[in-house]
Ligand binder design. Structure first.
Ligand code: MN
Length: 298
């Protein structure tokens, strides 16, 4: 049982354009990373009858993996390796940027709503220059327990193993409940955890009081803070549990880049602005190209 409250990280609202509502909880000044998870945007749900959806032009990444988990709607991913992949609800797109990649993301108007979680995973220092690659995971381990439906997105949980290829000890677990439930989530020694609400909410009860979390805040537990996570989940809720071994070396994140040396970020910014072949182009290269801001520490 856990009797102490986790750290509450309030989401910042950002706009992806066209009034697209985004809650951003990582990185936060309170906590930059959860394991190697270093960025968390909760997008939507957006009513597609009133929005044009998500249309992100050509932009580069280095030193990270982009991770997309779809709840509703469809998005076309296209990248400079020639990948064209439609992602649907219940599927994951995982793009490993390594030394450099460019991609675009365009939601389809085929569904009523668009709802997804977009995360970044920092690559470890010795792999930050690896060859870029892309993977799509249409099938993930699913099971029911304690009245909840679990989908394992990353890592291991109970007797299950996710197929997603990541490069550090990580967990990603989607939890959906139909009726109000008390859940006991298993934690792994040495892992830190965070719980993000995607729909609905949950309540954590300490020795002193009870605190409710909904989409407006992330709950964060340091490594070994609790022997299990006990939560009262509201009916119809959908939660995302993230976990991982705390990073021993914290990378620098700037714009769309992650690196362990600032010079690598400055070089990537320069290469992107100079349209260096290091990054390549998406398709015929005609999609809008997003300019990098100036490096602030020069
Ligand atoms: Mn991106």
């Amino acid at each position: 049982m856990s009797f102490e409250h986790p750290l509450r990280i309030d989401a910042r609202m950002t706009d992806l354009g066209d009034g697209m509502q985004v809650h951003r909880t990582l990185p936060s000044r309170l906590q930059r990373t959860v394991g190697a998870w270093c960025f968390l945007d909760h997008v939507g749900p957006v009513d597609m009858a009133h929005h044009t959806g998500m249309h992100v032009g050509q932009h580069p990444h280095i030193g990270l993996q982009t991770f997309t988990w779809m709840l509703s709607g469809e998005i076309w991913h296209r990248d400079s390796l020639g990948t064209e992949q439609l992602i649907r609800p219940g599927q994951i797109n995982l793009m490993t940027a390594g030394r450099g990649i460019v991609h675009t993301e365009d939601s389809q108007a085929t569904a009523d709503s668009l709802h997804l979680a977009q995360l970044w995973i920092a690559l470890p220092a010795h792999l930050q220059d690896m060859e870029p690659h892309f993977a799509h995971y249409p099938h993930l381990p699913q099971w029911e327990e304690q009245g909840a439906q679990y989908t394992l997105l990353v890592g291991q949980y109970a007797s299950y193993q996710a197929p997603t290829q990541v490069y550090s000890p990580l967990l990603g677990l989607d939890i959906a409940v139909e009726h109000a439930q008390t859940l006991h989530l298993v934690v792994q020694p040495g892992f830190e955890y965070a719980l993000q609400t995607l729909v609905g909410g949950f309540v954590l009860t300490s020795a002193q009081d009870a605190q409710r979390y909904d989409t407006s805040a992330l709950a964060y537990w340091p490594a070994d803070a609790a022997s299990s996570l006990v939560l009262d989940v509201e009916a119809g809720s959908r939660l995302l549990l993230l976990g991982g071994e705390p990073l021993s070396q914290k990378p620098t994140m700037w714009w769309n880049f992650v690196a362990y040396e600032k010079e690598r970020i400055a070089q990537a910014q320069q290469d992107w602005q100079a349209a260096s072949p290091r990054f390549g182009v998406v398709g015929d290269g005609k999609a809008t190209r997003i300019a990098a801001p100036a490096i602030p520490w020069r």
